[in-house]
Design a protein around this ligand. Structure first.
Ligand SMILES: C[S@@+](CC[C@H](N)C(=O)[O-])C[C@H]1O[C@@H](n2cnc3c(N)ncnc32)[C@H](O)[C@@H]1O
Length: 402
């Protein structure tokens, strides 16, 4: 356990090591990206994975400071283009700046992303806030080596009751890091309650998917409430995020998820909110949409929020077929004037491609469909221009005309 007054974590990893990058690598970071690939590393001899390094161009001029990984194809993650010391106070200032950008969010959101890695110029570090509990992910050798320091700083800056790590994410494998979860500070927090725009949710930061909830959809839950009405269907509901957010403006909502754990959590959340018009059911959405359509069911509002179908570029065509199938079936069941809220959290499924898929689904469903809103992930997951990978969630609101 690390207390605010306790011994400081050493900054031994912050050596004077130097890494030389190619002209192409330099152009990439000058163009706004924060990553330098291994193929653009000219010389990193003897540099320890996880170190903070000085970047040099091929003429020996300083190009800033970065985190070095000895395993990942992303060899360097830029911290700054300046020639400045990356010490404890540097990290504190970056954490404070990220927190300051979220000032005032607590009044609507009991849970939000306090630090969004590259989007907050803190590459490969994620910190989610669930009330007085913080959940940390260190996704590269560099941030993992500094986990103790981040824990100390987070305690000093935000005085959380507990800090846990949810480092059970596959990308850590690319860095040669183990998958692990555990308590970094305080006691194991167990399940806690958060309120998101007036809807109450039970969250288990050390259990459940992601860091306990899909915080990136928070603003889209609220947006869906502006359009939802009548009979609604929330596909891939997880803990009932969309379903419970729209329950108050709908006659009835049916929520579907393949995970029995998610369905049980959704039911508990419905009870917590006294939402008697919401029913959750364990089902494979692909089968359920087919059955509902065959049975002639009709809805005024349908939400589609599947897991990422395209995990890499090669799987985009297969993913597009999956997205088309669910969108086609949903559009067939929408009443005229009804709304479809359709999402993709695949980075590789770009917005233009996703709109093409929805348009093709509308055409096959013989429906005229208006594009009402194009949305992205919540603002506490900021998109950094120049780093396209920071924009992964797309949410399209569409209206079926006739
Ligand atoms: C992106 S999450 C949904 C997040 C949720 N809509 C929210 O706003 O919090 C995707 C969910 O889809 C579920 N899922 C994955 N494949 C499924 C399938 N074939 N049928 C139904 N649910 C599925 C997962 O269990 C997970 O809860």
């Amino acid at each position: 356990m690390i207390s605010s007054g306790g011994p400081s974590v050493t900054l031994g990893a912050m050596s004077q090591a130097q890494v030389t990058i190619t002209r192409r690598g330099l152009e990439r970071v000058r163009g706004g990206h924060l990553w330098v690939y291994r193929s653009d590393v000219r010389d990193a001899e003897g540099v320890e994975g996880g170190s903070v390094v000085r970047l040099r161009d091929e003429r020996g001029r300083s190009a800033g400071r970065a985190l070095y990984s000895s395993r990942s194809e992303i060899a360097l993650r830029l911290l700054t283009t300046r020639d400045e010391a990356i010490d404890r106070e540097w990290w504190r200032a970056r954490l404070r700046a990220a927190a300051a950008r979220r000032a005032g969010l607590e009044k609507d959101a009991g849970a939000y992303r306090l630090v969004y890695s590259e989007g907050d110029l803190l590459p490969s570090l994620i910190v989610d806030r669930y009330g007085d509990v913080l959940v940390v992910q260190t996704l590269s050798q560099g941030t993992d080596a500094l986990k103790g320091l981040f824990t100390e700083l987070l305690v000093e800056e935000f005085a959380p009751r507990a800090i846990v790590e949810r480092n059970d994410v596959r990308v850590r494998g690319l860095e040669g890091l183990p998958l692990q979860t555990g308590v970094l500070h305080g006691e194991e927090p167990g399940e806690l309650e958060v309120s998101q725009h007036g809807v109450r949710f039970r969250v288990a930061p050390l259990g459940g998917q992601k860091t306990g909830a899909f915080l990136d959809q928070r603003e889209n839950h609220l947006a869906a409430r502006r359009y939802a009405k009548g009979r609604a269907l929330d596909c891939f509901t997880f803990n009932g995020g969309f379903a419970l957010s729209i329950a108050g403006v709908c006659e009835s909502v049916a929520g579907l998820d393949i995970s029995s754990e998610a369905v049980a959590a959704s039911r508990r959340n419905a009870e917590l909110n006294g939402a008697a018009n919401v029913q959750f059911r364990e089902a494979n959405v692909f089968d359920a949409l087919h059955e509902l359509e065959q049975a002639g069911e009709r809805f005024d509002t349908i939400v589609l929020d599947p897991p990422a179908f395209a995990k890499n570029r090669a799987s985009v065509p297969a993913a597009a077929r999956g997205y088309k199938e669910i969108n086609l079936r949903a559009l067939k069941m929408l009443r005229p004037g009804g709304h479809l809220v359709t999402c993709t959290c695949s980075y590789h499924m770009t917005e233009p491609l996703f709109l093409e898929v929805v348009a093709a689904a509308a055409s096959d469903a013989h429906r005229r469909v208006q594009l009402v809103e194009r949305r992205v992930q919540a603002q506490d997951h900021p998109v950094l221009l120049g780093v396209p990978e920071t924009l992964y969630l797309k949410c399209v609101v569409a209206r079926a005309l006739e």
